[in-house]
Ligand binder design. Structure first.
Ligand SMILES: [Mg+2]
Length: 122
């Protein structure tokens, strides 16, 4: 993971957050459970929990979900769960998540060229 790729909230890197997650698990002897199969299953469960928040909302309600502090807190909590399991999954498999994302964006920019107005579906 490139240390030059930092978020804008305290300059923490993805690698630093992955280290904290690994240290947290190691301190509780949870590493034995962090197989790729278990982590990807946990990722899917947490993604489902994120979907559950939106399940019965109208499109307008879903667009305003962050306006309600309780709903916003639930969304942020599930986003954290999803990202934590994705980063742990990447760590055990040696996947550089940001490099994989950058490569995917570059492939998509080639696969789906714009027509000049920013709308490739026209
Ligand atoms: Mg959760």
């Amino acid at each position: 993971m490139s240390d030059s790729l930092q978020n804008q909230n305290g300059g923490r890197t993805v690698a630093e957050l992955q280290r904290r997650l690994a240290d947290f698990a190691a301190a509780r002897d949870w590493g034995q459970y962090h197989t790729p199969k278990n982590l990807v299953a946990a990722l899917s469960v947490e993604a489902g929990e994120l979907v559950e928040i939106f399940q019965w909302l109208t499109p307008d309600q879903s667009a305003r979900v962050m306006a309600d502090s309780a709903s916003a807190a639930r969304v942020e909590d599930e986003v954290a769960d999803v990202l934590a399991y994705l980063l742990q999954f990447c760590e055990v498999l040696g996947v550089d998540a940001l490099a994989a994302l950058e490569a995917k964006i570059e492939r998509n920019e080639t696969r789906f060229p714009t027509s000049g107005n920013g709308h490739s579906m026209e």
